[in-house]
Design a binder for this molecule. Structure first.
Ligand code: NAI
Length: 293
C-alpha cells in the first residue's frame, strides 16, 4: 500500500486559532499520518484556544481515526506581523495578551522551534486584512500594506527563518485563494493583492529554498469554506453556494479534503513537486460558463 507516512517528521502549522479552519484540519491530518505536530497561534486567540484544549472542548475534533487523541507537541505564541521583538510597537508589547509571551515574532518562533529540536514540515495557514470589507479602490495604503504584510510577507519571513534549521528536503506549504488570479467580489482590502504576492513568492521561494537547502515550497488554492476568517469577510455561505453550483463537483469543499492534499504535499510522496499551486476547489477554477441544470 502506498501510504502518506510522516512518522519521524516534525510539523509546524502556523495559523491555528480554533478547530474551524484549514490550519486545524491540516494539523490533524499531519498527525494522522504520524507526524509530531506543533502549532503557532495568534496571541489574541491563544488564551481561548488553550482554555478550550484544557477543558476538553476540542477532544472530539482532535480524535484520530484510530481513536487516540492528537496532542500538540507545542503551542507557540506567534504574531506574523513582526520579524523580531525590536519591531514591535510598545502598545502591543505591553498589551495584556502579549506581555507575558516572550518572543512571539517570526525570529522568536524560529528560535523556539530550533530549541525544541527543529522541524521538517511547515504550513502557513494565516491571513488578515484590516480593511477586507473595503473594495480595493477604497483601501488605504496602510490597510493594503497590512494585508500584504500579514498574509504574504509572513510566509517569506517563515521560509527565511525556518529554512536554515530544517533538515534537507523540508516542505513549506501555504494557503491561497482564487482571488489571487481572478476577480472575487467582496474580497477586498488588498487581500487579492496579498494572495497574488503569496503565489508569486512561492515560486521564487521554491527556487531559492530549493537551491539553498533542498526544501520544497507549494501552495494550495482552496475553495471557499466557512472558517472564522472567511466569516469575517462577509456572507461566505453565498460564495460557497455560488461555487457549489458552478463547479464540476457540486458538493462544497471540506477542510478534510484540503488537509489530505496538504498531508500529501508535505510528504516524501510529493518530493518532485515544488513551486506549484494545487487547486482543491472541486474544479471551480477550471470553469468558464456552466449551464444550470
Ligand atoms: P482561520 O480563521 O482558521 O485561519 C486564519 C488564521 O490566521 C487564524 O487562526 C488567525 O488567528 C490567524 N492570523 C491572523 N492574523 C495573524 C497574525 N498577525 N499572526 C498570526 N496569525 C494570524 O481561517 P481559514 O479560512 O482556515 O484560513 C487559513 C488560510 O486559508 C488563510 O491563508 C486563508 O486566506 C486561506 N484560505 C481560506 C479560504 C476560505 O474560504 N476559508 C479559501 C482559500 C484560502
Amino acid at each position: 500500500m502506498l501510504a502518506i507516512d510522516l512518522s519521524g517528521k516534525r510539523a509546524l502549522v502556523a495559523g491555528v486559532g480554533d478547530d474551524k479552519g484549514f490550519g486545524f484540519a491540516i494539523a490533524k491530518a499531519l498527525g494522522e499520518c504520524g507526524a509530531t505536530v506543533s502549532i503557532a497561534t495568534w496571541p489574541p486567540l491563544l488564551g481561548m484556544l488553550k482554555l478550550a484544549l484544557d477543558k476538553g472542548r476540542l477532544d472530539e475534533a482532535l480524535t484520530l481515526r484510530d481513536g487516540t487523541k492528537l496532542k500538540f507537541a507545542a503551542i507557540y505564541p506567534f504574531d506574523a506581523d513582526f520579524d523580531r521583538l525590536a519591531d514591535v510597537p510598545a502598545e502591543i508589547a505591553q498589551h495584556r495578551r502579549y506581555r507575558e509571551l516572550g518572543d512571539f515574532t517570526v525570529a522568536g518562533l524560529a528560535a523556539a522551534v530550533a530549541a525544541a529540536g527543529g522541524v521538517d514540515i511547515v504550513v502557513h495557514s494565516l491571513a488578515n486584512a484590516p480593511e477586507v470589507k473595503n473594495p480595493l479602490v477604497q483601501t488605504s495604503r496602510a490597510g493594503y500594506l497590512a494585508a500584504v504584510s500579514t498574509s504574504a510577507y509572513s510566509h517569506v519571513a517563515l521560509v527565511r527563518e525556518l529554512g536554515p534549521i530544517m533538515p534537507r528536503g523540508g516542505s513549506f506549504l501555504t494557503l491561497s485563494y482564487l482571488a489571487a488570479e481572478r476577480v472575487v467580489g467582496g474580497y477586498g482590502g488588498g487581500m487579492s493583492s496579498a494572495k497574488a504576492a503569496l503565489e508569486s513568492d512561492a515560486r521564487v521561494l521554491a527556487y531559492e529554498a530549493g537551491r539553498a537547502w533542498g526544501h520544497r515550497v507549494n501552495v494550495i488554492s482552496a475553495g471557499p469554506y466557512a472558517s472564522r476568517a472567511a466569516r469575517a469577510i462577509g456572507p461566505v455561505e453565498q460564495i460557497v453556494e455560488y461555487a457549489r453550483r458552478a463547479s464540476p463537483l457540486t458538493t462544497p469543499i471540506t477542510a478534510d479534503e484540503v488537509a489530505a492534499t496538504a498531508a500529501f504535499l508535505s510528504s516524501p510522496l510529493a518530493s518532485g513537486i515544488t513551486g506549484t499551486v494545487v487547486y482543491v476547489d472541486k474544479g471551480f477554477s477550471t470553469m468558464g460558463v456552466h449551464l444550470p441544470a
